[in-house]
Design a protein. Structure first.
Ligand code: FAD
Ligand code: AMP
Length: 478
């Protein structure tokens, strides 16, 4: 007989596993189906984020950041280090351990919450049945659910111009596994993932060239911040070429010859490794039987309303497989919301204040709207900026690049957007998100006491600058 559940979740990434945990907390009998196999070919929870995304990339950013610091900035502090060596195998093993510990942690949470983990490929059948095909490809289990949550996540987009080649032309997962530092590394796509992975390998010693088809840089970010970021990344040695569309690649004895076009014509670039980081697409092929009639859009994203309901009753979809930014915390919040909706509670996601972060150095983080979006919408706004160069704490750290920018409604003074480039701003942005979530005005931030000396004071000063009364910079008149 088929196993019966209140909720069956397909996918155990940060959207699906969080949804499953919240469902179980709310007393719903819950199962989660996942098909991920780890490096040792064993089933493992956590999806893209824990296994080949957020966590391993941040582990390598952290390690490579320390390598860069000891080589380049320790001397400024009067510390000389000699004989510094890179043990890449150890760095990779550390990353693998971080990932392993965290994925084991999810396994423990599933156990503690009484969630059944079904290992294999899930498919939604009519009448809220879920078929699970085990990893052997043979055994089939049928689960019956009162509700189904689809959280299948996404995979790297592949392009005909650069077909993947094991260990040579790689996607983001392959770029987390190089066994030696490439001498010359190409990256197709200067988006978030291309910049983070390009930064890791540059810090470890590679010459890195990024080829980006768009003429603009980081189009989703505030233009002023993106401009500053481009300048700083170029200064670090990242060779970022905008308006450069890769059209073909050929592997020869000297490496990979990458052909690309820009406004000036055809060019080629020879590299010894190439990362393809041109975006991600939802894993929705074959996810639901045709008879279910699950509605997808032209990109393969599952169509959902603001509560993540699909076009089928009692079927929900969350995370990278639905509209909105492909971010782990966005998927997790959708998971919590859907669990609570299923349990009969009132719940929603604050889509307007989802923070975006790029974990380069300096980091880039923002929440809310950009200045260019306010201009395009004709909104009357005021802006306050504050450079980290004027922050005592940033100076003491010897890490004072970047700025904070606060955008506030000119009439109501409500904070509409906060944009930061600078050290640790992945942490600082949370303060802006809390303020915006509470409907704070720039004056509320200005009236709040921030500890001295902290990087957070730059947010305070930027809020003061909205009203022309920052203390540690001259204010613009008028
Ligand atoms: P996923 O994490 O992709 O998980 C989906 C799971 O479902 C997978 O285990 C998959 O195998 C499984 N699955 C799919 N179909 C089926 C099926 N039919 N049956 C059974 N199982 C199935 N986001 C951030 O917020 N911060 C970051 O710093 C960040 N860094 C990133 C770095 C890299 C290199 C990459 C690639 C991504 C990064 N992301 C980051 C994005 C983040 O990883 C995703 O937004 C997040 O993983 C999406 O969560 P999800 O649960 O929707 O899907
Ligand atoms: P993101 O969407 O942040 O993952 O970034 C992916 C980037 O890859 C986008 O900025 C695209 O413009 C870029 N891109 C896509 N195809 C190509 C290509 N053939 N050559 C160069 N850049 C590309």
């Amino acid at each position: 007989m088929a196993k019966q559940y209140d909720v069956v979740v397909i996918g155990a990434g940060p959207a699906g596993y969080v949804a499953a945990i919240r469902c179980a907390q709310l007393g719903l009998k819950t199962a989660c189906v996942d098909q991920w196999l780890g490096a040792d070919n064993q089933p493992v929870l956590g999806g893209t984020c824990l296994n080949v995304g957020c966590i391993p990339s941040k582990a390598l950013l952290e390690s490579s950041g320390r390598f860069e610091e000891i080589n380049h900035t320790f001397a400024d502090h009067g510390i000389t280090a000699s004989g510094v060596q890179l043990d890449l195998a150890k760095m990779m093993a550390r990353k693998a351990k971080v990932v392993g510990d965290l994925t084991q942690g999810i396994k423990g949470l599933f156990k503690a919450n009484g969630i059944d983990w079904h290992q294999g490929r899930g498919k939604l059948l009519p009448k809220l049945q879920v078929q699970v095909i085990a990893h052997d490809g043979q055994s089939e289990t049928i689960l019956e659910a009162k509700n189904v949550i689809l959280a299948p996540g996404s995979s790297s987009v592949e392009i005909g111009a650069a077909p993947l080649q094991d260990g040579v032309i790689v996607d983001s997962s392959g770029a987390l596994e190089f066994s030696e530092v490439p001498k010359r590394l190409g990256v197709i796509g200067a988006g978030v993932i291309g910049l983070e992975l390009g930064s890791v390998w540059r810090r470890l010693g590679a010459e890195v060239v990024l080829l980006e088809a768009q003429e603009s840089f980081l189009g989703a970010a505030d233009e002023q911040i993106a401009k500053d970021a481009l300048r700083q990344f170029k200064r670090q040695g990242l060779d970022i070429r905008l308006g450069a569309r890769v059209v073909s690649c050929e592997t020869g004895k000297d490496g990979i010859v990458v052909q690309y076009q820009d406004s000036k014509g055809d060019h080629s670039e020879t590299v010894d490794k190439l990362i393809v980081a041109v975006g991600r697409r939802p894993n929705t092929e074959g996810l639901a039987a045709d008879e279910v009639g699950l509605l997808l859009d032209e990109w393969g994203l599952i169509h959902v309303d603001e509560h993540c309901r699909t076009n089928q009753p009692s079927v929900y979809a969350i995370g990278d497989a639905v509209r909105g930014p492909m971010l782990a915390h966005k998927g997790s919040e959708e998971g919590v919301m859907v669990a609570e909706v299923i349990a009969g509670q009132k719940a929603e996601v604050s889509y307007d204040t989802i923070p975006s972060v790029i974990y380069t150095h300096p980091e880039i983080a923002w929440a809310g709207v950009t200045e260019q979006a306010l201009k395009a919408a004709g909104t009357d706004y005021r802006v306050g900026t504050f450079p980290f160069a004027a922050s005592g704490r940033a100076r003491a750290a010897g890490d004072s690049a970047g700025m904070v920018k606060v955008l506030a409604d000119a009439t109501t003074d409500r904070v509409l957007g906060v944009h930061i480039i600078g050290a640790h701003c992945s942490e600082l942005i949370a303060q802006a998100v809390i303020a915006m979530e509470m409907g704070a005005s720039s004056e509320d931030l200005a009236l709040t006491i921030f500890a001295h000396p902290t990087l957070s004071e730059a947010l305070h000063e930027a809020a003061l600058a909205v009203d022309g009364r920052a203390i540690h910079i001259p204010n613009k008149k008028g």
